[in-house]
Design a protein around this ligand. Structure first.
Ligand SMILES: C[S@@+](CC[C@H](N)C(=O)[O-])C[C@H]1O[C@@H](n2cnc3c(N)ncnc32)[C@H](O)[C@@H]1O
Length: 217
């Protein structure tokens, strides 16, 4: 099942019109602080779902991790490539148009169409701005799909957002700690690492380390 056409169109128009307040001009401090503590093997390929044109992907690549970002909006992918250095190679696999620059591969298409066979080399993940971009019903599918793509033992960093008020309004959506646990605990060991300071928009970040559980005995 893919995402609703209206949701997809809304993301595409946001990118077309430059309504991308979620994009950061610097590497996320929680990534630099906590990634080294996760225990992700050096050289593990990092899956970055709903990646936008995040500079965090370049940081991960600089740490020696090949990166596999998945992003719906061609505009985001083209901007990422134009703002980077190096030749771009382009190819196609399944439902995806893929661009590679250095050790960053960007898969253009719907994350929910990304198949485990295409994730063969993935060994870690990074979610900033992915879970909280999705409405509640889709978040369940997201957590399940992500788990299917990761091998036992895979580590990941999740940066979620919470705020008071109507949790059904978004994106960004508020995803409180209880929901993070409910969504991921069936398939991951979770450690709550930190909470950010309250932001002007009422949101507060919460940072989590995840480890994909092994197969049940
Ligand atoms: C809130 S933004 C976060 C982007 C990035 N992670 C960051 O931190 O800047 C969410 C991104 O997910 C993309 N997106 C939304 N639904 C998607 C889907 N089903 N598959 C792939 N990308 C999707 C949007 O186009 C948007 O760029």
């Amino acid at each position: 099942m893919s995402m609703q056409v209206s949701e997809e169109n809304e993301w595409l128009s946001r990118w077309r019109e430059g309504r991308i307040g979620f994009h950061r001009d610097a590497v996320h401090p929680a990534l630099a602080r906590f990634w080294p503590t996760l225990g992700a093997p050096s050289g593990a390929k990092v899956l970055v779902p709903l990646c936008g044109k995040s500079l965090d992907m370049r940081w991960l690549a600089e740490q020696g991790h090949p990166v596999l970002g998945i992003e719906l909006a061609t505009d985001a992918i083209e901007q990422f490539l134009a703002e980077g250095d190096g030749e771009v190679s382009r190819y196609h696999a399944g439902d995806f148009d893929i661009c590679r620059q250095g050790s960053v591969e960007l898969w253009g298409g719907d994350f929910f169409h990304f198949h485990i066979k295409q994730a063969a080399e993935v060994g870690a993940f990074y979610d900033r701005g992915a879970l909280i971009a999705l409405p509640q019903a889709t978040r369940q599918r997201y957590a399940f799909h992500l788990a299917q793509l990761l091998p036992p033992g895979a580590r990941g960093l999740l940066i979620s957002l919470t705020r008071g008020g109507d949790v059904n309004v978004g994106p960004p959506f508020s995803v409180p700690a209880e929901e993070v646990r409910e969504l991921f605990e069936p398939n991951f060991e979770l450690t709550h690492l930190a909470d950010g300071e309250p932001e002007a928009n009422g949101f507060r970040e919460s940072v989590w380390a995840l480890k994909r559980r092994g197969p049940m005995a």
